[in-house]
Design a protein around this ligand. Sequence first.
Ligand code: ADP
Length: 436
Amino acid sequence: MIDNYSWRTPLKNLVLFLLPWVIIGYLTDHFLLSMVIALTWLVGWHYYHQWQLFVWLWRTRSLTPPVANGAWATIFDGIYKQQKANRKRRRQLGDLIKRFREGAQALPDATIVFDHENTIIWSNKLAHQLLGIKNSDVGQRLNNLIRNPNFEQYQKKGDFKEPIIITSPLNPQSLLEIRIIPYAEQMLFIARDVTKLKQLENMRQDFVANVSHELRTPLTVMLGYLEMMEEPEHTPPAMIKKAIDEMSQQTVRMRDLVEQLLVLSKIESGGEEVFKQTVNVASMLSVVQSETSSLNAVKGHQISFDIDNDLIVYGSETELRSAMSNLIFNAIHYTPDGGTIAVSWKRTKEGALFSVSDNGEGISQKHLARITERFYRVDKARSRKTGGSGLGLSIVKHVLARHYSGLKVSSQVGKGSTFSFTLPNNMIPEKDQKAS
Ligand code: ADP
């Protein structure tokens, strides 16, 4: 219909419409009147359809056009088709935007879109959680909500090649890495929580520094003695003996440190499967007991072992032995000579309880929270003298975490400490559970 519509079509329609009126005008001898009636009719017809068009477009807003014929049918049909196509396109665009927004919502980072005036256009849910930016903040200026001098400086500079790290506006303990990506007329702001990452990085740096420090001291001592022994003829024999003793002590210290580091790294990288084998803790502790007697020879503590011989648990024997002996050896080291130490391994309602109590020097509150950190020592000089590396309790903590348990410490300065942990009931094999 549209294809064969040309400028001739309305002209032909007009001629066809006027022709009968011209004939009637001639026949009745009222040509002018006949024309006036015909043209009035024509104008009225057009106005009527124009009105229908207005009502359709602005009042009813329905998709179906009004019924019409002639040229108006073509016009209505054309508008109808265009509207239909527009609606389809709008729906497709709407779907696309919806999918894009859903994708942006699912991003693991806080995302904000803002313009060159710094006005927020859109933000996702994580931006609400990490930065406290709400949906109602659309239209607000970004730096009114993220008040941070470093961020302001970063924006002013306008060099967004590298990200910036700032403290979270919601939590001063959290660190956020922020990237700004300019695109089209807008900017994309992406923030992610890097607190854990930074902590890990700091831990790694501290760790390397600590290990180097721990190894440097004995190495310096040994180097000093070796230099001295370069001229043995000038060194008195007593001095040589002292040097050898000291060097072998330092070598043992370094060997112990390396061994503990290896244990720690083995545990951290997964270690043995915990539920694969059972551990006869009583017989394991009897070996530890004989080791303690040689260690206790100088100290002369009274050490009692109260052990449930039938209490067997799932776990890694090497790891549990390392944890238990660390706690016992610490009690021996940090209790003044002639102290009392009680080791116990028994069944409780919660599971299998291991505890070591001593009447030693105790640990003050401010140190308690940190003693399981790597290389943390209450008194560095003293701990080194006892051969401590500050890794023992860190190993205990990791071993226990792998055995679904945690270290409990109660301590009073000057009175003593109790270090204990409970392996939960599911770490005790079924038959032993019934037996108890
Ligand atoms: P270290 O190798 O120095 O003994 P640990 O990690 O085993 O390292 O212990 C950390 C610190 O905790 C020790 O330096 C010591 O100050 C304190 N500590 C551990 N056990 C005891 C205890 N039974 N009594 C008092 N202080 C203790």
